[in-house]
Design a protein around this ligand. Structure first.
Ligand SMILES: [Mg+2]
Length: 424
């Protein structure tokens, strides 16, 4: 039972504890400025002489994993962007809270519209919100690139490389090591010439449990034995471990020469993840769920991970992700964006890598899609040759779609469009 005396003692101890952890006198932290950038970093008006007014957006359902987003620009330009698999999860949010801030607006000023929309909606920002923003931002960049007849990377000072070496990623955890390595990965490696893979370990947000006892080590051991020392092996734990177990698993991974260890701890556990990173020699990677500029600053300044992994959609777009990647590079950290996609959907990632100062050695490509035919025709085909894909260099993200082929398999999706609501 707490008495006044114990309360006082507890308070005093609390104060002492606080003093003990305070920075020594004189070591004041620098005054922080807002983590988010000024409203506009890029002047896209220089690339298109007339405003690019977004009149209308259509959504075409292709599969549960993909919509085609169609932006109609005043004057006749049409911009296309394949969505990610989460886009269709909440079209009410898209239509009511996001799209109204972009309709009727000049897409050359996309960063200003994003700022306005995010400020008005600050109570609901998070991955679903920024995922929608990310789609509209890349649709805008596609339109600007089309109008300027230049690739997006060229609009933002990219063009630093013309091809991207890929790793084949797979997230299955129901497979045996033999099924995963010999039956699944090996034929895809042989067909593509890929020299790196990423495998799912742990149990996905599983509080230290493996998919089944011993699977993770058996899988990594099998991969090393079958794929050889020439293959870079990354693993994704999808937040399976606490710090102590993450470090223990990391030591096991180090013994097999693993390339990087992704999301050892639940993604919101920043300090826990940092402890794992500090303890291990194997590179720790993370950041795919994070859309907050303030959190990105903390992750980079506190070296929470060795490799940053913004997702171009979840993080709110190409430009925000580029800002995080370049801040990370300035702090000595590589960037390997989260991009489990393939076919035309990989174009945004390829152009992003072309802009980076410190890209990792290999970048993500869906292993399941590596040998599959695309759902619709497009050019140039983003096929893996000798383990790499050429960065598309056409206007926008560099892809020409067979729109009639897309229309044949797509169904128009209706959704309500709201009005701008600045809230209270
Ligand atoms: Mg991941």
């Amino acid at each position: 039972m707490l008495t006044r005396r114990t309360l006082l003692t507890t308070s005093a101890l609390g104060l002492l504890a606080g003093c003990a952890t305070r920075a020594p006198l004189g070591a004041k932290p620098s005054l922080l400025t807002f983590a988010d950038a000024p409203i506009s970093l890029h002047d896209f008006t220089q690339f298109a002489s007339s405003p690019l007014i977004l009149d209308r957006v259509e959504l075409w359902w292709i599969s549960n994993n993909e919509h085609m987003i169609v932006g109609h620009i005043r004057g006749g330009l049409t911009a296309y962007l394949p969505s990610n698999k989460r886009f269709g999860d909440d079209l009410q949010l898209f239509g009511s809270r996001v799209l109204p801030y972009f309709l009727g607006k000049d897409l050359r000023l996309i960063e200003q519209h994003i700022e306005t929309c995010a400020r008005a909606n600050y109570k609901i920002v998070g991955l679903p919100f920024w995922n929608h923003i990310g789609h509209l931002e890349m649709l805008a960049l596609e339109a600007i690139g089309q109008a300027a007849k230049r690739p997006v990377f060229d609009l933002v000072g990219g063009g630093k490389r013309s091809s991207v070496a890929v790793y084949l990623s797979n997230r299955d955890r129901h497979t045996t090591p033999e099924q995963e390595i010999e039956a699944f990965m090996l034929p895809r490696i042989q067909a593509t010439g890929a020299r790196a893979v990423k495998l799912g370990i742990g149990g996905r947000m599983s509080r230290n449990a493996d998919a089944w006892d011993g699977r993770s080590e058996a899988l990594v051991a099998r991969a090393r034995k079958v794929l050889g020392d020439g293959c870079s092996i990354a693993v994704d734990a999808n937040g399976s471990y606490d710090a102590a177990t993450g470090i223990e698993v990391g030591r096991m991974l180090e013994s097999y020469g693993v390339w990087f260890f992704e999301e050892p701890c639940p993604f919101e556990e920043f300090e826990m993840t940092r402890q794992v990173t500090q303890a291990l020699d194997v590179a720790v990677a993370g950041g795919e769920q994070d859309s907050s500029a303030a959190k990105w600053r903390w992750m980079i300044e506190n070296r929470m991970v060795d490799v940053v992994q913004p997702d171009l959609f979840y993080a709110g777009g190409f430009l925000r992700s580029l800002r995080y990647a370049q801040a990370a590079a300035a702090n000595g950290l590589d960037c390997i964006p989260h991009a489990p996609r393939a076919h035309a959907g990989a174009a945004t990632m390829l152009q992003f890598i072309a802009c980076l100062d410190r890209p990792g050695a290999f970048h993500e490509f869906s292993a399941k899609a590596a040998l599959a035919q695309p759902a619709y025709d497009y050019a140039p085909r983003l096929a893996i040759r000798d383990g790499a894909i050429a960065v598309p260099t056409g206007p926008g993200f560099g892809i020409s779609y067979d729109i009639e082929a897309v229309r044949r398999i797509a169904k128009p999706v209706t959704f309500d469009v709201g009005e701008i609501d600045d809230g209270d």
